[in-house]
Ligand binder design. Structure first.
Ligand code: PEP
Ligand code: MG
Length: 857
C-alpha cells in the first residue's frame, strides 16, 4: 500500500486510511463537485513515520515528490514557477477532532514566487500579506515559535514596507530556530507534513481523544491541496454552513461567511462573520449554487452536513464536508425530519443520535417562574443548547474538578479544552456559532454562549463588565444556550421532560430494542419520573435510601443502637410501618410492572449521627446518656466499611432486619393486589459471596413470607434472587443459580472488588491512569469488558448451565452507560436498570445496539 495518493487515485479508499477530511474530499471530487485538486499522506504514512522514529523514510519522500509533480500537472501550476502552485496542508484524522490539530496555508511562497504571483494577479498587497501570514503560520506550527513574538513584531512594523516585514519575519524564524526559513516549496511541504503527523501527539489532541474515547492508534492523514483564496478580492470570501440549524434542528441552511477572508478567520472566531442569508444579496449566483451543492451533499451522506467553502474571484469551491455536530435537541429533530422527508430509514435515524449528548435534553431548561425576578445582564449568540448555573471563572486553569462554574473567555482556544470539559457552561466574547468554543461545547453537550461582545474582561482577569454591571470571579450567573441570555444569580433549573419529537423518537427506539429498560428507583417520586421517561420496571430499589428521608433516619438509628433483640424488635416494628407505606405507594404507581426490591445493604455506620448535636438528640430519644451512644458509635466503626459488615452480612448477624423487610414487601404487595394492582415482585439479597449464606437467609425469608400469606389468607407471585457483585459469587454462579430465581449484576461493587479499587477513592487517581493511557476509560463508568466482563460472562454461563431461563439483569451504574449497554445487549441479558433520568438514553442505546447486532456490526 502506498503512503501518498492523489485525490483521483483514492476513489474507494476508506477514511481509516485517508482520514475523514481526505475521504470526504475524494468522494466530493468523485461525484463532480468543485474541489481544488490535492493529494493525501495517509494514516498509514503517519504510523510509518512514528515507527521510523519520527523520520520520513526515503520511500515516503519519493512518493511525496511524485505526488507533487502530478499535482502540478493536474493544476497546470508549478512549485516555484511562473504560475506558482500554492497549497494548504491540513490534518485529517479518521474521527473528526475539530480544531484539535493543525493547518498551514499558502505553502509554496518564497521571495521569488511571491513576485511571480504579483505578476500573475497584479495584486501586490494580497500577495505580500499571504506570504507574511504563511511565514507566521509555518513558524508557529512547524517550529513552535510563539505567536506573541510575531504579533509584537507586527505591531512594531505596522507602517514598514512589506519586503522589510518579510525580512524581519524570516530573521525571527532564524533567531528562534537556528535555521534559515525554507525557501524550497517541496521542503516546506515535507516539513509541514511531518509537523502535522507530530501534532497527533500534542497535548490538546491527546486530551480531546481521551474525553471522546478516540483510539490513540489511528494516526492522522494529511491533506495537501491547491490553495484557493477567500481573501483574493471583493468577489472572494469564505464561510462555514450547516445544512440544517445545528442548535434547533430546523430544516433551513444555517451558516456564516466573511468576504475577503481566509477560512481560519471564521473558525478561530477572530472576526465576527455575517449570516449566510446576506450572501443571497451580495453574491446571488454563488448563493444559489451553494444551496444546490448543500442539498446534494446532505442527500449523498444521508445526514446533516457541516460544509466549509471558499469563493475565489467569483468561483465557488467546497473545501470540506462532514457530518455536522449538533445539539441533542437538534439531533432528535433532524433524525425524525429526515425519516419523514424520505431521506433515511428509521434504523438509520436511531443510529444517528449521539447517546452521549442525550442526557442534556433531560437536564432541562430554566424554571420559567424563576426567570421573572432575575436581572438580564446581556445577550450573546446561542452557541450550544442547554442551560447552566455556576460561579464565574475567567481562566481554565482555575477550574477545579467538581465545581459548578461558568467559564467566561474572550475566545476559547484548544488549550481551554480541559477547562471546558470541567465547566458547567461556557461564554465567549468573540466568535460566531461555528467558532471553536461553540463547536467543542456542542460536541461535549455543554451549554455555551458565543459572541457576547457586551462583555469586557478586565486586564486583571478578576472581573468583567457587562452593560455597566460588574461581575467578579466567584459571582453566580445563569446562562441559556438556547437563546444566548446571561442572567445575574442562580435561576432554578427545571428537569427535562419528554414531548413531541423526542416522544416519537423514543417510540421508534422501543420498536427496535430487545433489552428491557428498568429504573433504579428508591421513592414514589423516582417511579413517577422514570415511568414518564419510559421505564419498564424497577430494577433496583435500594431500601436503605428510603430511610435517609425525613425523620425515618431516627428510627433506623434506634434500631442500630439497640443492644438487645427486644430493643431492636421495637425499632423494627416502627420501621415496618414506614417501609410498608413507601412500598405500597411505589407499587401502586408501578401499575403492575416488575419491581425489584433489594434488602438493606450499607454498613451501619452510614446511618449513625455524625455531629455532637445529633448524638445528644438520639440520647434524648432513647433515654440514654450521650456517652453511651458515642461509645456504641465507636464500636460500630469499621476500618474498611465497603468490605465490612454490609449487605447480607447484616442479616446473618441480625436476621430480624431482613425478616421485617420481607414482611413489609409482601404485606404491601398483597394489599396492592387487593386494591387491583398486582406487580411482579422480586426480592433481592445483596453482597452474596457463598451459597450457605444465601440459603440461611432464604430460609428465614421464606418462613416470614409464609406467615404473611397465612395471616392474610392470600398470596402473591414473587421471586427471590441475588445480586452478583462479588467475584466469588460469579465463580460459584452455578451453585447460586440452584437457589436463586435471578441474577442482577451489581457492577459497581463487582468492579470495585475485581479491581480491588475502592469506588469511593478511585476519583483521586483514575484520571492519572487515563492521562498516562494506562486505562482508556474509568471502569466505574464504562464496564471493563476484559476483566470484570470475564467474570460476568462466566457467571452467566454457569448460571444458565443450571437454569437455562434464569433472568439476568444489571443494576449498577453501568446500566445507564451506552457503551456498557451495548455489551450487555451483546451478552443477551434480559434487562438493564439505571437512574430515572438515564432511562431515555438507555432506551436509545438499547435500540442502537439491537440494530447494530442485527446488522452484524
Ligand atoms: C452495585 O454494586 O452495582 C449496586 C447496584 O449496588 P450499590 O451501588 O447500592 O452498592
Ligand atoms: Mg452493590
Amino acid at each position: 500500500m502506498k503512503n501518498v495518493y492523489l485525490f483521483n487515485e483514492s476513489y474507494g479508499l476508506n477514511k481509516m486510511i485517508l482520514g475523514g477530511k481526505g475521504a470526504n474530499l475524494v468522494e466530493m471530487q468523485r461525484i463532480g463537485l468543485p474541489i481544488p485538486n490535492g493529494l493525501i499522506a495517509t494514516t498509514t504514512a503517519c504510523k510509518n513515520y512514528f515507527k521510523n522514529e519520527n523520520i520520513l523514510t526515503d520511500e515516503m519522500l519519493k512518493e511525496i515528490s511524485e505526488g507533487i509533480k502530478n499535482l502540478e500537472i493536474q493544476t497546470g501550476k508549478t512549485f516555484a514557477g511562473e504560475n506558482p502552485l500554492l497549497v494548504s496542508v491540513r490534518s485529517g484524522a479518521p474521527v473528526s477532532m475539530p480544531g484539535m490539530m493543525d493547518t498551514i496555508l499558502n505553502l509554496g511562497l518564497n521571495d521569488a514566487t511571491v513576485e511571480n504571483l504579483i505578476k500573475k494577479i497584479g495584486n501586490e498587497k494580497f500577495a505580500y500579506e499571504i506570504y507574511i501570514r504563511f511565514i507566521e503560520m509555518f513558524s508557529e506550527i512547524v517550529k513552535e515559535v510563539e505567536k506573541e513574538k510575531f504579533h509584537s513584531l507586527k505591531n512594531e512594523m505596522k507602517d514598514r514596507p512589506y519586503k522589510e516585514v518579510i525580512e524581519c519575519y524570516k530573521n525571527l524564524y532564524k533567531i528562534e530556530t537556528g535555521e534559515d526559513f525554507p525557501n524550497d516549496p517541496e521542503k516546506q511541504v515535507v516539513m509541514a507534513i511531518e509537523s502535522i503527523f507530530r501534532s497527533w501527539n500534542n497535548e490538546r489532541a491527546k486530551i480531546y481523544r481521551q474525553i471522546h474515547g478516540i483510539s490513540e492508534e489511528m494516526g492522522t492523514g494529511v491533506v495537501v491541496q491547491e490553495m484557493v483564496f477567500g481573501n483574493f478580492n471583493e468577489l472572494s470570501g469564505t464561510g462555514v454552513a450547516f445544512t440544517r440549524n445545528p442548535s434547533t434542528g430546523e430544516n433551513t441552511i444555517f451558516g456564516e461567511y466573511l468576504l475577503e477572508a481566509q477560512g481560519e478567520d471564521i473558525v478561530a472566531g477572530i472576526r465576527t462573520p455575517e449570516p449566510l442569508m446576506s450572501m443571497k444579496d451580495q453574491l446571488p449566483n454563488i448563493y444559489d449554487e451553494f444551496i444546490r451543492i448543500a442539498n446534494v451533499l446532505e442527500k449523498h451522506y444521508g445526514d446533516m452536513q457541516d460544509i466549509e467553502f471558499t469563493i475565489e474571484d467569483g468561483k465557488l469551491f467546497i473545501l470540506q464536508t462532514r457530518n455536522g455536530k449538533r445539539s441533542p435537541h437538534a439531533s432528535v429533530k433532524i433524525a425524525i425530519d429526515m425519516v419523514n422527508e424520505g431521506l433515511i430509514s428509521k434504523e438509520d435515524a436511531i443510529l444517528m443520535v449521539d447517546t452521549e449528548l442525550l442526557p442534556q435534553i433531560f437536564n432541562g431548561t430554566f424554571e420559567e417562574s424563576d426567570i421573572a425576578g432575575k436581572k438580564l445582564l446581556g445577550k450573546g449568540l446561542p452557541g450550544s443548547a442547554g442551560v447552566a448555573v455556576g460561579k464565574v471563572v475567567l481562566s481554565s486553569e482555575k477550574i477545579k474538578e467538581g465545581e459548578s462554574v461558568i467559564l467566561v473567555r474572550v475566545e476559547t482556544s484548544p488549550e481551554d479544552i480541559k477547562g471546558m470539559s470541567l465547566a458547567k457552561g461556557i461564554v465567549t466574547v468573540k466568535g460566531g456559532a461555528t467558532s471553536h468554543g461553540a463547536v467543542v461545547a456542542r460536541g461535549m453537550g455543554k451549554c455555551c454562549i458565543t459572541g457576547c461582545e457586551e462583555i469586557k474582561i478586565d486586564k486583571s482577569e478578576e472581573f468583567f463588565t457587562i452593560n455597566d454591571e460588574v461581575v467578579k470571579e466567584g459571582d453566580i450567573i445563569s446562562i441559556n444556550g438556547y437563546n444566548g441570555e446571561i442572567y445575574k444569580d442562580a435561576i432554578k433549573l427545571k428537569s427535562g421532560e419528554i414531548n413531541g419529537d423526542l416522544k416519537e423518537f423514543l417510540e421508534w427506539c422501543k420498536e427496535f430494542k430487545t433489552l428491557e429498560v428498568r429504573m433504579n428507583a428508591d421513592t414514589p417520586k423516582d417511579v413517577t419520573v422514570g415511568r414518564n421517561f419510559g421505564a419498564e420496571g424497577v430494577g433496583l430499589c435500594r431500601t436503605e435510601h428510603m430511610f435517609f428521608e425525613d425523620e425515618k433516619i431516627w428510627n433506623v438509628r434506634e434500631m442500630i443502637i439497640a443492644s438487645t433483640k427486644e430493643e431492636r424488635d421495637l425499632a423494627l416494628t416502627k420501621l415496618l410501618e414506614l417501609q410498608k407505606i413507601d412500598f405500597k405507594s411505589m407499587l401502586l404507581k408501578m401499575g403492575g410492572l416488575p419491581m425489584n426490591i433489594r434488602l438493606l445493604d450499607p454498613p451501619f455506620h452510614e446511618f449513625l449521627p455524625k455531629t455532637e448535636k445529633d448524638v445528644e438528640k438520639l440520647a434524648i430519644l432513647l433515654n440514654r446518656c450521650p456517652k453511651e451512644i458515642s461509645d456504641r458509635i465507636k464500636e460500630l466503626k469499621e476500618e474498611n466499611p465497603m468490605l465490612g459488615h454490609r449487605g447480607c452480612r447484616l442479616a446473618i448477624t441480625f436476621p430480624e432486619i431482613y425478616e421485617m423487610q420481607a414482611r413489609a414487601i409482601i404485606e404491601s404487595a398483597i394489599e396492592s393486589k387487593q386494591e387491583g394492582i398486582e406487580c411482579e415482585i422480586e426480592i433481592m439479597i445483596p453482597f452474596i459471596g457463598g451459597i450457605s449464606e444465601f440459603k440461611y437467609i432464604k430460609e428465614r425469608i421464606l418462613e416470614t413470607i409464609q406467615t404473611v400469606f397465612d395471616r392474610y389468607d392470600d398470596s402473591i407471585e414473587y421471586k427471590l434472587g441475588t445480586m452478583m457483585e462479588l467475584p466469588r459469587a460469579c465463580l460459584i454462579a452455578n451453585e447460586i443459580a440452584e437457589e436463586s430465581a435471578f441474577f442482577s449484576f451489581g457492577t459497581n461493587d463487582l468492579t470495585q472488588t475485581t479491581y480491588g479499587i475502592s469506588r469511593d477513592d478511585s476519583i483521586k487517581f483514575i484520571d492519572h491512569y487515563k492521562a498516562k493511557n494506562i486505562m482508556k476509560r474509568d471502569p466505574f463508568q464504562s464496564i471493563d469488558t476484559r476483566g470484570v466482563g470475564k467474570l460476568i460472562v462466566l457467571a452467566k454461563e454457569l448460571g444458565k448451565s443450571v437454569k437455562p431461563n434464569i433472568k439476568i439483569g444489571v443494576c449498577g451504574e453501568h446500566g445507564g452507560d451506552p457503551k456498557s449497554i451495548e455489551y450487555f445487549n451483546e451478552l443477551g441479558f434480559n434487562y438493564i436498570s439505571c437512574s430515572p433520568f438515564r432511562v431515555p438514553t438507555a432506551i436509545v442505546a438499547s435500540a442502537q445496539s439491537a440494530i447494530l447486532k442485527k446488522r452484524g456490526i
